[in-house]
Design a binder for this molecule. Structure first.
Ligand SMILES: CCCCCCCC/C=C\CCCCCCCC(=O)N[C@@H](CCSC)C(=O)O
Ligand SMILES: [Zn+2]
Ligand SMILES: [Zn+2]
Length: 510
């Protein structure tokens, strides 16, 4: 049936189309002008800044350098440098005498090499909080480094060493801040714990997990917990006008999946039509080619970009403020870079492959390992089902050797003490916008979810994209200034956490 329209109907339709377009544009603009104001001023005074003497300043750099010289390497899940872990124990005792000798501190060793400090506050009606860090590091050999990775040497204002970012600077930073606080006569009002794990790089099984067990037997509940995270990102998020602090309010889940293919072995002169290596390779290729779905906006990453909309240059600011409309474009743009892709979906990384023993032998077995990092909107079960459907080959035997769901989303509303205290401390010190974010890597904090719903991940340092590449990479280093600012952060955070009320901010021009 042919549909005919008169001139009048065309005019009406055009009018309706233009009016709808005008409404959409008006809504977009209105939402953009109503964006939350990120320049905040806080009611009441925060903790004052630390004033350091020159000798104290030198002392803090030396404390970090000494820690970097101890090679507390976690080589594999079954191999750690235990001599170095022993040495580290003695080292912190001598570097921070006030912390270890204070009558306000109960100290204990957990899991052999992890450290737990309970700092007694004067007001037992306040729930304690916890600062978490880890003292083990990933391996490093001197090749490719400007200065040896375990020398703690300094060049052009930067202290080099494995662990200078991840995570010894936080271990030393937290202890140094407390040492200075005790030196100035500080007595906390709110109790707090410091936990220093010794095996975070190999899952935290004997360190963080044992600390959790210890606290659970004492029925400890925490107001909030702070662990390592991405920090203040400078030029890392495409299109932003200035550095931005991201507080990790959740962590992606993970699956380590082993793939095995068995086939009859034999002489390479008479190969079968398909070999174990061929079948495995085809499965791996299908996994890499068929990425898991783009889920941008279904997890807390939507809040990150909406809250930061004002911080993007035009036209990204309008697009971020109106994800309900621009989601399809933004999600595709994000997927173009590895770091953006890690935010929008469950990622698939082929990490280990093995097969064959000799050039003229068809191997009986080929194996591979694939590491998935789960988007907050997916579960282990869903991902494993999708993976089976993508591989679609029963000859490939799948076995998950490690799997956990994405971590719960910690509260980041205006009523939450931990989030707002962190936010206040960050804005006072760094004067940058703060937003909740998904942490795309895993931390020891994931073991603590039964002790508090308020688990946050944030490292108090400004990081460029180049700096991020140094974490687990070559020439890991921290600037003198960056390290001192980090200590300042813990100095202020510990004092701000003494409050019994949630910090209140008012939107204003700063
Ligand atoms: C005085 C304080 C100074 C603060 C300086 C801190 C600088 C830290 C900057 C960035 C750190 C980035 C955080 C990276 C965390 C990486 C965690 C990680 O790799 N986890 C592993 C866990 C392995 S468990 C088998 C992972 O694979 O996800
Ligand atoms: Zn770390
Ligand atoms: Zn690490």
């Amino acid at each position: 049936m042919a549909i005919s329209m008169g001139k009048g109907s065309v005019g009406v339709l055009t009018g309706v189309f233009i009016a709808s377009l005008a409404v959409v544009v008006a809504v977009l603009l209105l939402r953009t002008y109503n964006l939350p104001e990120l320049k905040v001023a806080w009611k009441g005074k925060g903790a004052p800044r630390i004033e350091l003497e020159e000798d104290e300043r030198e002392q803090l750099y030396e404390a970090l350098k000494g820690a970097l010289r101890i090679p507390t390497v976690s080589f594999s899940p079954s191999e750690q440098n235990t001599t170095a872990l022993e040495e580290f124990k003695e080292y912190i005792k001598s570097a921070f005498p006030r912390v270890f000798n204070s009558s306000l501190v109960e100290y204990e060793l957990v899991g052999g090499y992890s450290h737990l400090f309970n700092v007694q506050g004067s007001d037992n009606s306040l729930l304690p909080y916890m600062l978490l860090a880890h003292l083990d590091v990933v391996p490093a050999t001197p090749e490719g480094w400007d200065l040896p990775p375990f020398s703690g040497e300094e060049k052009d204002g930067y202290i080099y060493g494995r662990g200078s970012l991840d995570d010894k600077s936080r271990v030393i930073g937290i202890l140094q801040a407390l040492e200075f606080l005790f030196k100035k006569g500080y007595k906390p009002r709110r109790s707090f714990y410091i936990g220093l794990g010794h095996d975070e790089e190999i899952s935290g099984r004997h360190g963080a997990k044992e600390i959790v067990k210890t606290l659970e037997t004492r029925n400890v509940k925490l107001e909030y917990l702070l662990d390592e995270g991405f920090g203040v990102l400078d030029g890392v998020i495409y299109g932003t006008k200035r550095p931005i602090a991201l507080i990790g309010v959740t962590e992606k889940g993970a699956i380590t999946l082993n793939l095995t293919v068995n086939s009859p072995p034999g002489h390479s002169s008479m190969p079968p039509r398909e070999s174990s290596i061929g079948i495995l390779s085809a499965a791996l290729s299908r996994l890499e080619q068929n990425r898991l779905p783009n889920l941008f906006g279904t997890g807390p990453e939507g809040s990150t970009f909406e809250q930061l909309a004002n911080e993007f240059y035009w036209p990204l600011n309008i697009m971020m403020a109106n994800l309900w409309f621009f989601n399809p474009i933004i999600s595709r743009l994000m997927a173009l870079t590895p770091s953006g892709n890690a935010i929008v979906r469950t990622t698939t990384a082929l990490t280990i492959v093995n097969g064959g023993i000799k050039a003229n032998v068809i191997p009986a077995t080929a194996t591979a390992t694939v590491n998935f990092r789960l988007h907050p909107a997916q579960t282990v079960e869903e991902v494993l089902n999708m993976v089976s459907e993508i591989i679609m080959d029963e000859r490939v035997i799948l076995s998950a050797i490690k799997a956990f769901d994405p971590l719960p989303i910690s509260p980041y509303d205006e009523e939450n003490f931990g989030y707002q205290t962190l936010k206040r401390t960050i804005t006072d010190l760094f004067s940058v916008p703060v937003a909740p974010a998904v942490c795309t890597v895993n931390t020891d904090s994931r073991h603590f979810v039964n002790l508090t719903e308020s688990v946050y991940r944030f490292s108090p340092v400004v990081m460029t994209a180049e700096d991020l590449g140094r974490v687990h990479g070559l020439n890991e280093r921290i600037s003198r200034e960056g390290f001192e600012t980090g200590i300042q952060f813990y100095w202020q955070l510990i004092q701000n956490s003494d409050s019994d009320t949630v910090p209140v901010h008012r939107h204003s021009e700063l």
